[in-house]
Design a protein around this ligand. Structure first.
Ligand SMILES: Cc1ncc(C[n+]2csc(CCOP(=O)(O)OP(=O)(O)O)c2C)c(N)n1
Ligand code: SF4
Ligand SMILES: [Mg+2]
Length: 285
């Protein structure tokens, strides 16, 4: 609803509005600490039109698991949806996420990945890419981004999908599909942040598209052991039709000081992502 306290151009705000379009009614949000705890505004005026539990990082998936069982015991058809940032997912809340996924709890888990701990000022997370400036990596991060969607595939859950706020229809369709499936569903949305990534707030959707077009962020679904590359990412299967990574890096201030060698390392990382996806695809057909 109106009146959020998000920054102009906030990608988490966009992703939250699209969540409503995709999941509709009968959901309850479990919001772990992060920008989305704040942009919902202050009680009694809450800008999320859903019941919300605000909870500590490590407790999100455990709380949702309990809620799913409680709703079932009361014959209520409500889906608990955990909403967490990349820091809350890749690092601080990972144990709880992994446990709930292993138990195949009947919940949806959505990650909004702005590749840093933004609510506390922009510190690097496990999901920050190599070469990116953050407050705690002033020389650029030296490690690659943790690949959470692949880690979740290894948990053998019924549904893993990636999305980008640059492609709302794709994201909304994946949410709709997830709602029809039972068991643990994981959706990872790339949410480029104008303040952490250092671009003009009017360009959020454009940067989110560039991430996909340059094959930095693959869009796919993994449903019951079957991989489907989404239409927006099909061109990445052939290296010759990929848009140059530079087009994505050059619009962001956080890569201003990246070295040639680091660009090469990032390109290699992207190649290896696609090789893994192709292997997964070949092994199933
Ligand atoms: C255990 C714990 N450590 C640190 C904090 C402080 N804290 C609150 S929000 C936040 C940043 C979260 O980053 P992320 O999960 O990526 O979400 P974003 O703010 O980027 O949406 C931090 C570090 C906390 N609330 N709890
Ligand atoms: S710091 Fe980023 S994610 Fe947080 S409210 Fe501002 S634009 Fe949104
Ligand atoms: Mg974050």
């Amino acid at each position: 609803m109106s009146g959020t306290s998000a920054c102009p151009g906030c990608p988490e705000n966009m992703a939250m509005r699209m969540l409503g379009m995709g999941l509709g009614k009968d959901i309850a949000l479990i919001v772990v600490a992060g920008c989305s705890s704040v942009i919902q505004g202050l009680a009694p005026k809450n800008s999320y039109n859903y019941p919300v539990v605000n909870i500590a990082f490590a407790a999100g998936p455990a709380t949702a698991s309990g809620m799913a069982r409680a709703y079932k015991a009361r014959n209520r058809n409500v889906v608990p949806v955990v909403w967490a940032g990349d820091g809350g997912t890749a690092d601080i809340g990972f144990a709880s996420l992994s446990g709930a996924a292993e138990r195949n709890e009947d919940i949806i888990y959505v990650v909004v990945d702005n590749e840093a701990y933004m609510n506390t000022g922009g510190h690097k997370s496990g999901s920050t890419p190599l070469g990116a400036y953050t407050l705690t990596t002033p020389e650029g991060k030296k490690q690659n981004k943790k690949n959470l969607p692949f880690i979740m595939i290894e948990h053998n859950i019924p549904y893993v999908a990636t999305a980008s706020v640059g492609y709302p229809h794709d994201y909304i369709e994946k949410l709709r599909k997830a709602k029809q499936i039972s068991g643990f569903r994981y959706i990872h949305v790339l949410t480029p942040d104008p303040y952490g990534w250092m671009f003009d707030p009017s360009r959020t959707a454009e940067v989110a598209k560039l991430a996909v077009q340059t094959c930095y962020w693959p869009l796919f679904e993994y449903e019951n052991g079957k991989l489907k590359i989404s239409d927006e990412s099909l061109h990445c299967l052939d290296k010759r039709t990929r848009r140059p990574l530079r087009d994505f890096l050059s619009v962001q201030g956080r890569f201003k000081r990246i070295t040639e060698e680091e660009v090469k390392m990032l390109e290699n990382y992207i190649d290896s992502l696609w090789e893994k996806l192709m292997k997964l695809y070949e092994n199933q057909s």
